[in-house]
Design a protein around this ligand. Structure first.
Ligand code: ATP
Ligand code: MG
Length: 600
């Protein structure tokens, strides 16, 4: 392709809308344009990158026996009602775009395709002989993300590869899950990315067992905890660890003390000159279930620990049935406005005790449980003679004990957040370290959740009718393209891994009016392309300096300049990643670059 004929517009300045390097660079280098929040036009250069990523994904999926198909983006509400996910995905923080069609039927734009694929399986799979089956598609997904940001990282319209597998046994599901793990490892390696596979929470999608593939980068929204021995890596949402041992309490008699201005653990520990491990802190949450029912939750946890909200949400989901609901749709720390709706008197914030009485909650608020749901984290149960709130501002109690001064909450949970510095469970000599990651892929063993809800069964070898076992496997194709940039750039621009670069090489003509330069460039351009080296020709009427800057910004791996050394039958060849430049005989250029591309 000739740059003179391309839609090729680069920007010298960083666009104000972009916050992270990859987002700035993709906009500046003319790969994409923002059309709306989280909605981007993928311009020709980016489309080539996305096509290359998709081809690698396709190749690896085909290699494990998956078959490509294309499912509808427009989906009827009934399917989502059958699976029980319509409300979760459309109400409160639900991220599904929904609409009413001219027949007054509710429809949605697919954020994911479990429902569609399960209805197909229900129709078409009758016998174990048809299994296992693995179907995938590469398609635009729609999600009305609450915080769409960072360009392609979190779009409201983005490209995903999603695969769904069906099995008659759990062992067969595990085999495909393992095969997909291998396929994903290959995909990320082939795309030239540095990544880590980590244990993950299964979230709203349900099921058991899931792994995320994280591309390591500072701008990542996810936090990963891992050990140096390579034996453990998990998303912080899911991570486990051993907490530090608690320091024995110095307070052997129970009493209430004046502790002015000590609403935080730090200020309290300092004031009482005690360890945060001797304090029971009591944290208030408000959960909303999918039937609209609200519950106030009081979690007692050791002072040096934090609540992992993902783990708490999972615990609360297990209790949904108690409130006639099936799942949690929102979990928040109630702010002043939320408290105003239910608090019968102002709360002793910062000084709450585990026995905060239920009469703090008005008894007549529609759809709200009139008493606290109390839980205690395992870290707090073991404490003796502990320090805690007194339900009175400026005061705490010391020397308290469970089942003496404070009833032990009936619900014991493990909701503490693992954090960097904690000892690892598999080997206490290892400590957890932290890294930031961009989630590129997520693979799940869904189990029988959807097949049971939607009645997708088949006849097993024994003759029994059994619900299908299912797995689902996603890769964020557009997110991957941007993550590659986030992992590989310098002050001059993008440095594409060769495998997914939009072009391999660019021939730059410093002066298009110089016939020798132009004709050498035309020859190289034709020969490189003929040899399978995807090559651009910068034949624009621009200054040489502008062309060099643009070539660096756009990040094409190899640049060939038909400049002064042409007289000696040579051109300058620059490798983008290292910026190394060398003079190369014209006759060697094609074979050299061809081998560089092949061996990259
Ligand atoms: P996240 O936690 O980042 O929101 P998710 O758990 O919702 O991701 P999945 O539903 O498992 O993601 O989707 C599969 C893959 O699709 C993700 O691993 C990610 O790479 C990509 N993806 C998800 N949401 C977006 C988005 N809004 N924009 C771009 N890519 C996305
Ligand atoms: Mg998401």
């Amino acid at each position: 392709m000739r740059l003179s004929q391309m839609l090729f517009v680069t920007l010298r300045e960083d666009p104000a809308e972009a916050e992270i390097p990859s987002h700035k660079l993709l906009l500046r280098a003319g790969y994409m344009r923002r059309i709306d929040a989280g909605v981007y036009a993928y311009l020709p250069l980016l489309w080539r990158v996305l096509t290359k990523v998709s081809d690698i994904v396709r190749d690896e999926m085909n290699a494990i026996g998956a078959q490509e198909c294309l499912l509808p983006q427009l989906q009827p509400a009934e399917l989502w009602q059958e699976s029980g996910r319509w409300d979760t995905y459309t109400k409160a923080e639900g991220i599904m775009f929904s609409l009413v069609d001219r027949r007054q039927r509710q429809m949605a734009l697919g954020p994911t395709h479990e429902e569609v694929i399960t209805t197909i399986a229900r129709d078409m799979i009758r016998s174990y002989r048809q299994l296992p089956l693995n179907l995938y598609q590469i398609q635009t997904k729609f999600r009305d993300e609450i915080r769409s940001r960072f360009g392609l990282m979190r779009g409201r319209e983005f490209i995903m590869k999603d695969a769904y597998s069906f099995h008659v046994t759990e062992e067969s599901l595990k085999q495909t899950y393992q095969d997909t793990y291998t396929a994903y490892t290959n995909i990320l390696q082939r795309c030239g990315l540095e990544f880590r596979a980590v244990d993950a929470d299964s979230g709203a999608i349900g099921g058991s067992g899931s792994t995320e593939f994280m591309v390591l980068a500072e701008a990542g929204e996810d936090e990963v905890l891992y050990t140096a021995d390579g034996q453990y890596a998990a998303n912080v949402e899911k991570a486990v660890s051993l907490p530090l041992d608690a320091v024995p309490s110095p307070f052997d008699t129970y009493q209430k003390l004046e502790t002015p201005n000590t609403p935080t653990i730090d200020s309290l520990a300092k004031f009482l000159d005690c360890s945060p491990t001797q304090i029971v802190k009591n944290v208030l949450y408000q959960v909303t279930y999918d039937n609209g029912h609200g519950v106030l939750v009081l979690v007692s946890i050791r002072g040096d620990q934090d609540v992992n909200e993902t783990k708490l949400q999972n615990e609360l989901s297990k209790l949904a049935g108690n409130y006639g609901a099936s799942t949690v749709i929102a979990l928040v720390v109630p702010d002043a406005e939320a408290q105003g709706k239910w608090a019968a008197q102002s709360l002793p914030l910062g000084y709450i005790a585990p026995d905060l009485t239920d009469d703090y909650v008005k008894s007549d608020v529609q759809g709200l449980e009139a008493k606290f749901l109390r839980m205690v984290d395992e870290t707090a149960i073991a404490l003796k003679n502990f320090v805690t709130g007194s339900n009175e501002a400026g005061h705490h109690t010391v020397g308290g004990n469970w089942n003496q001064e404070y009833p032990l909450p009936a619900l014991t949970v493990d909701v503490r957040a693992a954090q960097a510095g904690d000892r690892a469970v598999h080997d206490p000599a290892q400590t957890l370290q932290v890294a930031r990651g961009i989630e590129i892929g997520h693979i799940f063993q869904l189990g029988q959740k959807y097949s049971q809800a939607m009645g997708a069964t088949c006849t097993a070898e024994s003759g029994d009718e059994v619900p299908l076992w299912m797995g689902c496997y996603g890769v964020g194709v557009s997110r991957l393209a941007q993550a590659a940039v986030e992992q590989s750039y310098d002050k001059n621009g993008i440095i594409w891994p060769v495998a997914i670069a939009p072009y391999h090489a660019i021939v730059v003509v410093p002066n298009i009016n110089d016939e020798a330069q132009m004709s050498a460039a035309e020859t190289l351009y034709a020969e490189l392309n003929a040899a399978g080296v995807e090559t651009l020709l910068d034949d624009r009427k621009e200054r040489a300096g502008v062309k060099f800057k643009d070539a660096d910004l756009v990040g094409i791996p190899f640049r060939i300049v038909t400049g002064r050394s042409l007289k000696e039958g040579k051109v300058e060849v620059v490798q983008r990643a290292t910026q190394t430049a060398e003079e190369m005989a014209l006759s060697e250029v094609v074979s050299t670059i061809k081998s560089w591309v092949a061996n990259a």
